[in-house]
Every structure is written in C-alpha cells, then in structure tokens.
Write a protein that binds this ligand. Sequence first.
Ligand code: ZN
Length: 139
Amino acid sequence: MEVTSITNGIIIDHVDAGMALTVLHYLKVDPATTKLALIMNADSHALGAKDIIKLEDVEDLNLDALGFIAPHATVNIVRGGEIVEKAKPELPQHLVGVITCKNPRCVTTSETGLEQRFHLANAERREYRCDYCDEEAER
Ligand SMILES: [Zn+2]
C-alpha cells in the first residue's frame, strides 16, 4: 500500500481499529465537505489492525482530542506528496469544547453557553474529569 496518495494534508495513522469515524467526530471533521479517505482494519504490526485517515487539503485541525481518543495515533503532515512532519499526539492538560459532560446534574447541561471543559486527572489512566462537576469523561 502506498504511504500517501494525497498531495497536501494530514494522514492520521495507527488509529485503533474501528475508531476512525469516532476520531472524525471528535476532530469535528465533516465527511460531507472534506476530501478524505478512510482505510479501516488495515494490517498493523503494532496493533494487529488499525484505521488510517487521510485528509486532503486540511491544515488547521485541533488535534487535542487525538490524545484522548486515539492514543497510538501518528500524525503525518503531507506537503507536495511527501511526509514532511510526523508527530505523536500528546495528552493535553485541558480539553475545551471537545467532549461533553454526561452527568445530567452538571451545570453545563442546564446552563447554555457554558464551555465544556475537562482536565487531565490521571495521565497514566488517560482519565479526564469535568471542570465543573468532576464527572469522568466517557469515550
Ligand atoms: Zn460536568
């Protein structure tokens, strides 16, 4: 399989198998308006199976959610058909406007306009908790 096939954009590799659509959702990528290719359940030496997401003509992407949702992912920046940069997502200290609190009694569910804010509570367990009510984030 070719490494790229896009000219300019982002390739997110080593996404856990079956998670590609969830990743798109969390990254707020709209499949209806974005040139993208998904490869799902590709063979992977490291993971057994993996998903790959190729996004053409996408430069600005908030990748904070990746560390949360796809911790094994590799981000490849492609320019002119070549990978010019590789990065591993980090676990951000704060996730703002990425996930929503599932606690029905949380102030963010009753008050509109409040930003959804989570903080990294335990890096080892990749555990995020709501800034307002301390509810653990669900993936
Ligand atoms: Zn909350």
